[in-house]
Design a protein. Structure first.
Length: 130
């Protein structure tokens, strides 16, 4: 942006140096209010032209996503009326998860495992005497 501004300023200064007599001739026959009015109109015209150029050149970036969405909808309608994509793959069958008891019954069917509660360990009494 700074490079563009620097370039435009350079072009403006070169134009002022080359054509200062013509510009002075235009403004010499005007009153102060007429010259200010002309300068203001020039600035407004440049502003409107800049905004219009920005819209014209920036419009494709704004419209592209909308056009892509419309194309996808049209394709979906042509392919069978679906507007959303549906997966055609069948879900893979998930193996059933075995619990520990079921796994032990499969691996060792003849042995029985008896679960005995673990003996509770009692902590030695802690008595602090000072």
């Amino acid at each position: 942006m700074k490079n563009i501004l620097l370039g435009l300023t350079t072009i403006l200064l070169m134009a002022a140096a080359l054509f200062w007599e013509e510009v002075w001739g235009i403004f010499a026959g005007m009153s102060v209010l007429e010259s200010l009015s002309m300068i203001l109109q020039f600035i407004l015209h440049v502003t409107v032209a800049t905004i219009a150029g920005y819209v014209v050149f920036g419009l494709p970036e704004i419209i592209k996503p909308w056009l892509r969405m419309l194309r996808q909808k049209r394709r979906a309608v042509r392919r069978g009326g679906r507007t959303q994509f549906v997966s055609t793959h069948e879900a893979a069958a998930q193996p059933k998860k075995l619990t520990v008891d079921q796994l032990l019954r499969v691996l060792a069917p003849t042995r029985t495992i008896k679960k005995e509660p673990a003996a509770q360990q009692t902590a030695p009494p802690v008595d602090l005497h000072f």
